[in-house]
Design a protein around this ligand. Structure first.
Ligand code: ADP
Length: 499
């Protein structure tokens, strides 16, 4: 049931917030402590809903349910084809509820509503469809053994997995982990980010409707140091897949090492370079740079926030980049004419503004933006700094906001060296029409994803993951299945062998 929104804008109908409790063993339940927390609308800072706050005891219950569903339930035992069929029904239900889900996603995360409708929510159901199709194609290998043996491998679900999700793409990240884990036959505890719990709980409800058995998909909402840490240090969780900051990735890996040595996969931060060469079309390069830095208000792990422009076009690029932002609209993400919504919460908003201040203090030149905007909510102007030096904080740290650092270079070698001068290695972009430059640079950059003449283009068939301190393990692509599977080797003597 929808009640009429929103006196203020009228761009959408406010859905009733139906799911606010933990989802454990197929039921929505209060947290054991009875505690709850507020999730807020970043357009205003007002409370959208109060959500159950899970802690260690709730995680214990969820793990117990997932363990039982894994050890004795049907999900890991039915055919991959049947799992795929149920996952496809889950995808159908998401598409049926697209409107409501897209509203919740925009409300919770401040994401552009029209993009949630065409990207975030359909991208989520399509992840389920992609891995539904893979569920019956998970094969081991036949091994050629020396001697009189036959050897083969079996791919088996790894067990109970903990999936810890960030707030910048709550739906896409949820399904980029849940879909391959379901296809593999795992059972799971998902912890959405505390800033954006609403769509995850809705997905739990739809999973049950689709016929995913109780205990297979559990959602524990709550905070990182409590609920998240309880998952990563749990002795009965068999693997963790995490997306979030490098700092938290380190904690998760340590917790895994100190508990049961569960394998972890980490998709972490970045400070990705975008390198624009002299032969590029400047207008097109600017559009790519805007997509690289300002897409999703800069709250993007792969944000190409270090933009290196070759000296021959640098001045023209700077002038036209500033001009092109004059028509850029920051505002309510439900307004279809808006380019950029609010940062996710007050903490991020303040953090980004602090980085902007550090850029000013360190002597970078503010070309555009540089401050908050709007009367309320967490809006920040798209900001470009020139004269940025590589040792400034704005050139080194992941800002996770709409802040571009522009730097000049002369030669290909210099561009490669500067691009690689980072602790991170998540992604990079190259803008050139010269095939030799594109090939040389793409092979020389130590990052897991390279875009040539585009940026932040994803496809569910293209694996995605980092180098260096951006983590390891892949989301997307069939490779994403690997982290939810064990590969078991079986060796059998053939007739006539001495055994
Ligand atoms: P931040 O909110 O500071 O940007 P992250 O982006 O790294 O932090 O958070 C991503 C996810 O990791 C969220 O679901 C968060 O609750 C969770 N998390 C935070 N701290 C921990 C922790 N110590 N252990 C496990 N998960 C955590």
């Amino acid at each position: 049931m929808a009640r009429e929104c929103n006196e203020r804008c009228g761009w959408f109908k406010m859905p009733e917030i139906k799911f606010t409790k933990l989802f454990i063993n197929g039921r929505f339940v209060d947290s054991i402590s009875g505690k709850s927390f507020e999730t807020r609308d970043p357009r205003s800072g007002e409370v959208i809903a109060t959500v159950a706050e899970g802690d260690k005891e709730d995680v214990d219950l969820a793990v117990k349910a997932a363990r039982k569903a894994f050890d004795h339930g049907k999900w890991p035992r039915i055919s991959g084809f049947e799992r795929g069929r149920i996952m496809s029904m889950f995808a159908d239900l998401i598409e049926e509820h697209l409107e409501e889900l897209a509203i919740l996603e925009s409300l919770d995360a401040g994401k552009l509503h029209h993009l949630c409708k065409i990207l975030d929510i359909p991208g989520s159901s399509n992840s389920l469809r992609y891995f539904a199709g893979a569920a019956d194609k998970i094969h081991g290998q036949t091994l050629k053994c020396s001697g009189e043996f036959h050897g083969y491998t079996l791919k088996e679900p790894i067990g109970v997995v903990g999936l810890i999700i960030p707030w910048n793409f709550p739906s896409i990240m949820f399904h980029s982990k849940v879909a391959p884990a379901l296809a593999a036959g795992c059972t799971m505890i998902v912890k959405p980010a505390e800033q954006t719990p609403l769509t995850a709980l809705y997905y739990a409800h739809l999973a049950k409707e689709a016929g995913i058995p109780d205990g297979v998909l559990n959602v524990v909402t709550g905070f990182g140091p409590t609920a998240g840490a309880a998952i990563s240090s749990h002795m009965d969780v068999d693997a963790i897949s995490f997306t979030g900051s490098t700092e938290v990735g380190r904690l998760i890996m340590a917790a895994a090492a100190q508990s049961n040595l569960k394998p972890v996969s980490l998709e972490l931060g970045g400070k990705s370079p975008l390198i624009i060469f002299d032969d590029a079309d400047v207008e097109k390069a600017i559009e790519i740079a805007k997509r690289a830095v300002f897409f999703n208000k800069g709250e993007v792990c792969v944000a190409g926030s270090r933009v290196f422009v070759q000296e021959g076009i640098y001045d023209e690029f700077v002038k036209k980049a500033a001009e092109s932002l004059k028509n850029w609209v920051v505002g309510d993400p439900f307004d279809p004419h808006v380019n950029q919504g609010p940062q996710v919460d007050k903490k991020q908003f303040e953090r980004v503004l602090q980085y902007i201040e550090s850029g000013k203090r360190d002597g970078a030149t503010l070309l555009t933006g540089g401050k908050a905007c709007g009367e309320k909510g967490y809006y920040i102007e798209p900001t470009i700094f020139t004269d940025v030096k590589e040792d400034m904080l704005i050139a080194k740290d992941e800002i996770f906001g709409p802040v571009m650092s522009l730097m000049k270079f002369k030669t290909i070698e210099e561009a490669i060296e500067k691009a690689n001068n980072t602790i991170y290695g998540l992604a990079a972009g190259i803008v050139t029409n010269d095939l030799n430059i594109a090939n040389t640079v793409s092979r020389s950059i130590r990052a897991g994803m390279i875009w040539i003449n585009c940026y932040a283009a994803f496809d569910r068939n293209c694996p995605y993951g980092g180098y260096k301190m951006s983590g390891f393990g892949k989301d997307l692509g069939l490779q994403a299945l690997d982290k939810y599977l064990h590969e078991k080797t079986v060796i059998v003597p053939l007739q006539g062998s001495p055994w």
